[in-house]
Write a protein that binds this ligand. Structure first.
Ligand code: KG4
Ligand code: ZN
Length: 362
């Protein structure tokens, strides 16, 4: 069963061919980082235009790399939300046209379900069985910070999802991106802060863990971000941030030359605070729901400290996707579509883009 996956919910245009929800024949990703970098975040209008430019060649490349023809696909799967409406519409419209012209079914996929499936997909690629359920999925990206309880569907091949924790304000990746913008470190902020943090003292700047009324499992990162801003002001770190902003060097070594030890300590402390908070609440959720497995996915799952920290979680097996499958990609969309294909859960051609799409219980 060959599924073409298409993903365009944010700033990556991606197409993939995945066989039987397990074998990635191709997974082509066109990143728009260069377009959005000067704005320090994704500009929705520019994102839609870039998707329009990229979608046709990216799908073509996915077929070329896989050595397959358009007529070989059994279904076309596409992200229908959540995400930026203009971006979603590009992938959705293209997928509908493709499915219609090939006479193949269309499958709508929730982007978050895709992130969860990135972990399962790679296990299947390695020939490993699915993890033991109930599983706890932590999705940490630029747009989301969610704790999801995952169980198998009772009478079908799919999974059931229950959101048990979410961010009340910024997503974890968004906090990384905003702190990087404030400190003149470019966009996206996660990878660069990850690299620089290793050169600082994680205990130099104490951040108070956020207290959230009503839930131990919800997140809040805006307080940490504001605390970083206050520290930058009180320690007069704005001038060096301004210099980096006007002259952002290409290599980490050059960037280190432009960072004072206080800035490096701040970054290390910020990263430590974010990772500790993610770990503590994930652990609380794992205990509260007595899960057998933990899966971490989304762009922030690339973080080196987070990967180390989650290596120890009360002895529970913790699964991560490889970095290429942690960030947005279409292989995870094709993988999430596979159980829907088996259950013949197809979408109509009136499938709309839903920027606020919730994880449905299937
Ligand atoms: O999953 P993703 O590609 O897109 C969304 O669905 O948002 O995640 C992108 C986010 C960005 O905020 C980026 O700064 C963050 O993931 N990120 C990281 C790292 N690599 C990417 N955050 C922390 N450490 C990293 N190594
Ligand atoms: Zn994502």
């Amino acid at each position: 069963m060959l599924i073409l996956g298409i993903e365009s919910s944010c700033d990556e245009t991606s197409a993939a061919l995945v066989e039987d929800g397990a074998r990635i024949l191709s997974n082509v990703v066109a990143s728009q980082v260069a377009t959005h970098a000067e704005y320090g975040g994704v500009v929705p209008e520019l994102a839609s235009r870039e998707h329009l430019r990229a979608i046709v060649p990216i799908v073509r490349q996915a077929f070329e790399k896989a050595g397959r023809r358009y007529g070989d696909v059994d279904a076309v799967a596409v992200t229908s939300g959540p995400g930026l409406v203009g971006s979603l519409l590009v992938g959705l419209t293209y997928a509908k046209a493709m499915a219609l012209s090939l006479g193949k079914p269309l499958i709508g996929v929730n982007h978050l379900e895709g992130h969860i499936h990135s972990v399962l997909l790679e296990r299947r690629t390695r020939g490993e069985p699915d993890p033991e359920f109930p599983a706890l999925a932590l999705i940490v990206s630029g747009g989301h910070t969610l704790l999801v309880l995952v169980t198998p569907e009772e009478n079908g091949p799919g999974l059931r999802y229950r959101i048990i924790g979410r961010t009340r304000d910024d997503a974890a990746g968004e906090a990384y991106d905003k702190v990087a913008k404030l400190l003149g470190l470019g966009y996206p902020g996660g990878p660069v802060i990850d690299r620089l943090a290793g050169h600082g003292d994680a205990h130099a700047v104490p951040f108070t863990p956020p207290k959230i009324k009503g839930s131990l499992l919800d997140f809040s990162f805006s307080g940490i971000k504001t605390a970083v801003l206050r520290y930058v002001q009180s320690e007069a770190l704005e001038e060096e941030a301004r210099q980096r902003r006007t002259h952002l060097p290409a290599t980490t070594e050059q960037l280190l030359q432009l960072c004072s030890q206080r800035t490096l300590n701040l970054l290390a402390s910020f990263q430590y605070a974010v990772v500790e908070d993610l770990w503590t609440r994930t652990r609380a959720a794992a205990q509260a729901y007595d899960v057998r497995t933990v899966m971490v996915s989304g762009g922030v799952a690339c973080n080196s400290l987070l990967r180390r920290r989650f290596g120890h979680l009360d002895g529970l097996p913790v699964g991560f996707p490889s970095p290429a499958l942690s960030t947005d990609n279409a292989a995870m969309i094709a993988a999430a579509a596979y159980p829907k294909m088996l259950a013949r859960r197809f979408a109509g051609f009136d499938l709309g883009a839903d920027p606020q799409l919730q994880l449905e219980v299937s």
